[in-house]
Design a protein around this ligand. Structure first.
Ligand code: NAG
Ligand code: NAG
Length: 669
């Protein structure tokens, strides 16, 4: 019976996929009335592509976008910037052990890939040679621009390739950047509730730099309303899985116009769906981040050995432009951009890019299945649905390796409330299937390698995830979801607010300077949390940070968890499950009942560098430690766990806890 229901589900999902395929085949508004796409490549220094809606000008042979003309606006890009500084791809890289270099990708060879009435695709290639050693990133890069008939925008993508014998390199960042006209674009939108009028670049320049250069207090803004606000691009970050459309609106009364970066799939981004990254920010600037070390640190760099070969396609991403007649509300350009994003996502994978390295829908495969959770000692050890589990295919590795994996493609989905999942449009290759389930600690990895071939549908019978657990729960703090969002998030210092987040409890963590609120709340004594008395949403500060005691002087902090054992401890080994949502240069030491005892129950030095405290992330990388506690260390009555973060040379060192649980010793049954 169960099996039958399961088969029905599969069938349903397959029908759904079929519908997607049918609906998604061609998505542009190709009508007879739309003009043919025209390419003009005569000029020795630039290429112009025009479909009657948008006119795109790209420098030759570099491949910089120097002009985007739309809806009567000669150029939506900032013409005061040099030609190489308006629209471009760039990389940040270094030779191992050497300083990093930020570099525009500068094509040296232009070619026309395709040009007919319905589509133009052009290519700007930069080939690496050994004479470039040390000055240019050792990767061959092909930048592509595609314009289609009837389409209000254009596509771009980049193909990275390392043939044999290239030197070793670490690539920290790959992205595409657009800088818009400053006098037009003032309103930025990142999501339905994260949108506002933004300060200008000049406002930032006249402001006061705070704890790091990206954070600026606006002291003399052109718009008086912004005075006293903090601007920081990291306040507009978002997780890869949600980073699908963002951009700017020009409220020009005669011709309101929107400029949007649409990323229809995050398969090519690094470090999985929960990796956070930048979106748009003051400039006005709009980015599409493909690879970065933001919220992960060097642990998520893309590192190549000498001679290591490689090929990957980043994108295509879609630059979408929309407009209104003068009497309509410019805010409505945002929901229209969201609709367009869904349309692009439904058409993914695209069938029109000409590069043979971009794998079209017909050559991709899928995997479907169901995830079940068996959390021993919990709810009678019953089998539970892997409700809303994140399930993904990534390059083979150990459990959880996907969050530090930056080279391959990753394909993720979220299971439904019964744990059923379908991963569509997977590029052929060998993968591991990974998962994690909100409400449970740890990472799932399926034991068998998953091999996706063209057109294949892999069916995975009920997969069972047994999260780490050695015994029943004595107590727990927090909710295991890899974030610190459920803990106490303080009000920001009124001198350092972003008004956007004032009335948004779920975005409060994005305010500047919350790390300093700890010392304000706990000026002398550190946090003490009493199990059974305190509440984690009120009494557990979201980040275990240092305490500033003077100018540039910081102090380690030691938190205490106090709990009572009514009886003598049960003989055996208790387990402290310690899940961290973030760590930055932390020296975390844990003791039971004797603070400073040697050896400590647990100790890690210089753990993590995700920098999520400074970047207003509510999480960085996920860490899980299962710490044995022999029962003879526990006493009847009051016990204290000491959590000390001992590295205290700056305000950003520390950890965020995701969830802490003390388990009784295992029992036989
Ligand atoms: C707890 O479980 C882990 C593996 O999940 C094991 O290595 C450890 O020995 C267990 N501890 C006890 C006390 O059973
Ligand atoms: C403390 O942090 C610094 C960086 O801020 C790091 O270099 C050092 O290794 C850390 N020390 C310990 C003991 O964790």
């Amino acid at each position: 019976m169960k099996k039958q229901i399961f088969m029905l589900r599969w069938f349903g999902i397959m029908i759904m996929q079929l519908c997607f395929l049918l609906a998604g085949s061609s998505d542009d508004n190709i009508s007879d009335s739309s003009a043919a796409v025209k390419l003009n490549a005569e000029d020795p220094e630039q290429v112009v592509i025009d479909n009657g809606i948008v006119q795109l000008t790209v420098s030759k042979p570099q491949g910089y976008v120097i002009g985007i003309s739309y809806h009567g606006i000669d150029n939506v890009l900032e013409t005061r910037h040099a030609l190489h500084d308006r629209g471009y791809f760039d990389v940040v890289w270094n030779e191992p052990g050497k300083n990093s270099i930020a570099q525009r990708i500068n094509g040296t060879h232009f070619s026309i890939v395709a040009s007919d009435e319905s589509q133009v695709e052009v290519s700007f290639v930069r080939t690496w040679t050994s004479s470039m050693q040390g000055t240019d990133v050792p990767i061959n890069i092909d930048q592509r621009y595609v314009m289609r008939r009837g389409s209000s925008g254009f596509y771009s993508y980049a193909i990275f390739e390392r043939p044999q014998s290239f030197p070793a390199v670490e690539v920290d960042q790959v992205r595409t950047v657009y800088k818009l006209q400053e006098h037009r674009f003032h309103y930025m939108a990142v999501s339905d509730n994260r949108q506002r009028f933004m300060p200008t670049m000049e406002d930032r320049e006249s402001g006061q730099v705070l704890a790091y250069p990206e954070a600026v207090l606006l002291t003399l803004p052109s718009n008086e309303d912004f005075k006293g606000e903090v601007d920081d691009k990291y306040q507009y970050s978002c997780e890869n899985k949600d980073n699908r459309v963002h951009g700017w609106i020009s409220f020009d009364s005669k011709a309101p116009v929107g400029f949007w970066m649409i990323t229809p799939s995050d398969e090519f981004r690094n470090a999985g769906p929960t990796k956070q990254d930048l979106t748009s920010h003051v400039g006005p600037i709009t980015l599409s981040m493909f690879v970065s070390t933001h919220y992960g640190g060097k642990e998520v760099t893309m590192a190549f050995q000498e001679g290591e070969t490689y090929k990957k396609v980043f994108g295509p991403v879609f630059v979408y432009l929309n407009s209104l007649s003068s009497n309509e509300d410019p805010h409505t350009l945002w929901p229209d951009a969201v609709q367009r994003m869904y349309k692009e996502a439904r058409s993914w994978p695209y069938d029109f890019p000409h590069s043979r390295d971009f794998i079209p829908p017909t050559r991709r495969g899928s995997a479907i299945g169901r995830l079940i959770v068996q959390d021993r000692y919990n709810r009678g050890g019953r089998l539970l649905y892997g409700e809303s589990a994140y399930v993904g295919l990534a390059l083979p590795g150990s459990e959880g390796s996907w969050q530090r994996e930056s080279k391959g493609y990753q394909f993720w989905t979220q299971a439904d409330n019964k744990g059923y999942f379908m991963i569509k449009n997977v590029i052929p290759g060998h993968y591991n299937l990974f998962a994690w389930v909100p409400g449970f600690i740890g990472d799932y990895k399926h034991n068998n390698m998953i091999t996706i071939t063209s057109g294949s549908l892999i069916k995975l019978d009920s997969l069972v995830y047994s999260p780490p657990r050695n015994g029943s729960t004595l107590w727990e703090i927090g909710f295991p979801d890899r974030t610190a969002a459920e803990f106490y998030i303080p009000d920001p210092n009124p001198k350092f607010i972003n008004k956007l987040y004032k009335e948004q409890p779920t975005n409060k963590f994005r305010q500047y300077g919350l790390w300093e609120r700890y010392a304000a709340l706990y000026p002398h004594n550190d946090l003490v949390y009493t199990v059974g008395v305190d509440r984690y949403d009120r009494d557990w500060f979201f980040a275990h940070v240092t305490r500033r005691i003077g100018n540039g002087v910081f102090q380690p902090t030691t938190w205490q968890i106090i709990f009572e054992l009514k009886d003598n401890a049960i003989r055996g080994s208790y387990t402290l499950q310690l899940a961290l949502a973030s760590a930055t240069h932390s020296q975390l030491q844990i003791w039971l009942n004797e603070e400073g005892d040697n050896p400590a129950l647990f100790e890690r030095v210089n753990m993590g560098e995700d920098n999520a405290i400074a970047r207003h992330g509510i999480h960085g990388l996920y860490w899980l430690f299962s710490i044995d506690i022999p029962s003879d260390r526990l006493v009847k009555g009051r016990n204290t766990i000491y959590l000390r973060q001992s590295n205290a040379t700056n305000p950003f060192q520390g950890v965020m806890y995701d969830y802490i649980r003390l388990e009784r010793p295992p029992t036989l049954n």
